[in-house]
Design a protein around this ligand. Structure first.
Ligand code: SF4
Length: 373
């Protein structure tokens, strides 16, 4: 065990005892979620402190209608679709990309936008469509690839844009939260996204909603340190922005990446999985680059979502429920047979619970804390 962890744990317990009420923090980022489970951090928390997952898993927040649009495009002749691997098994209304590929559709997993552009160069006889999902972390690579395709005149390349912005979603959560619900006492802000947008991007959350925000890294001691800083603020009656990941995250972020993104994209309203439209929380291609928009190029009609009636992914990414509260969890919905995106993604909350704590709530010490929260 990392030598700092016992000290941090002791401090966290002392602070929570001092606060003397239930405290609920949201870890916004899916990478934090997985690290919390992988490192057994939930078992180290005081009984009156709960961590809930937020809208920071890119696959989980992608609306079903986007998957349907991808399936529509991938089913056309003369088209190759390039996608990040996590998107392959997300169910749309008529199946998944993985199932469509099994019927012969040309769908290839790539690990970067640039690899998709390379596919277009290698297959000039095909239209290559890149599924551009993710937050501020992946948008700069998409932007750079669009610029490269434009510069080199690669005409058989386009992108289905579904990039999302984290801070508008966090603000929307606070503005629509149930006043009678357990509420959020603060945010463990995402490390990777913050590298791009900078720690200062969370200032509106502190200023408008008086919620503590702490930017933290992904190691167990870094997460515990973030929780100690959040809890200390509560204990002292403060709500400020702190950055305990300053070796990697600066106040202003990566301005080169921001300029790239601002050149290629404009901020727009967008639909989130089971959450509806959040104003100014997504990105569209700016007019000079609209010809790379796959929706326009293929005249795709974006439909409505028809999520499984019992899937609670929408509430999951708002921290309103935990996976064991979904009636399908571990029964109809498993990683082998996922019904919602939260069970598909390697950063999904349901996938994390299934992998690390699927026997809950009956047998785990940490689950005891969940029951009756
Ligand atoms: S367990 Fe499955 S169906 Fe239930 S919320 Fe999670 S992903 Fe959706």
């Amino acid at each position: 065990m990392n030598g700092k962890i016992p000290t941090l744990r002791t401090e966290l317990h002392a602070l929570c005892e001092r606060i003397g009420r239930r405290v609920q923090f949201m870890e916004v980022c899916g990478t934090h979620t997985m690290s919390v489970f992988r490192n057994g951090i939930r078992a180290l928390l005081p009984n009156n402190l709960r961590l809930v997952s937020g809208p920071g898993c890119p696959v989980c927040v992608t609306a079903q209608r986007y998957i349907d649009a991808a399936l529509d495009i991938a089913g056309r002749s003369g088209v190759m679709v390039a996608t990040y691997g996590d998107m392959m098994r997300v169910p749309g209304r008529s199946g998944s990309l993985e199932r469509l590929r099994a019927t012969g559709a040309r769908i290839q997993v790539v690990n970067s936008a640039r690899a998709a552009l390379q596919m277009a160069r290698v297959h000039p006889d095909c239209e290559v469509v890149f599924l551009a999902v993710g937050f501020e972390t992946t948008a700069p690579a998409t932007a750079a690839t669009i610029l490269e395709a434009d510069r080199d005149g690669v005409e058989n390349f386009s992108a289905l844009i579904c990039h999302k912005l984290v801070v508008p979603a966090m603000l929307a959560l606070l503005e629509t939260s149930d006043p009678d619900g357990p509420g959020l006492d603060g945010f463990l802000c995402p490390g990777h996204v913050s590298v791009i947008i900078g720690a200062n991007a969370y200032q509106p959350i502190v200023e408008r909603h008086a919620k503590p925000c702490v930017v933290a890294g992904f190691e167990a001691d870094q997460i515990l340190s973030g929780l100690v800083h959040l809890t200390r603020q509560l204990a002292q009656g403060r709500a400020t922005l702190e950055n305990v990941y300053s070796a990697v995250v600066s106040a202003e972020g990566n301005t080169v990446a921001q300029e790239l993104v601002n050149r290629v994209f404009v901020v727009a309203d967008t639909v989130w999985r089971q959450l509806g439209t959040i104003p100014q929380s997504g990105q569209e291609l700016a007019p000079p680059y609209e010809h790379f928009d796959a929706v326009r190029r293929f005249e795709v009609v974006i439909g409505e979502d028809e999520d499984h009636a019992e899937c609670r992914c929408g509430e999951m990414i708002q921290g309103k429920v935990q996976p064991w509260q979904c009636p399908l969890f571990g029964k109809e919905c498993t990683p082998l047979s996922p019904i919602g995106p939260c069970m598909v993604s390697s950063e999904g909350t349901c996938a994390a619970w299934y992998k690390y704590e699927r026997d809950l709530p009956d047998r785990s010490v940490s689950a005891v804390r969940e029951v009756g929260w």
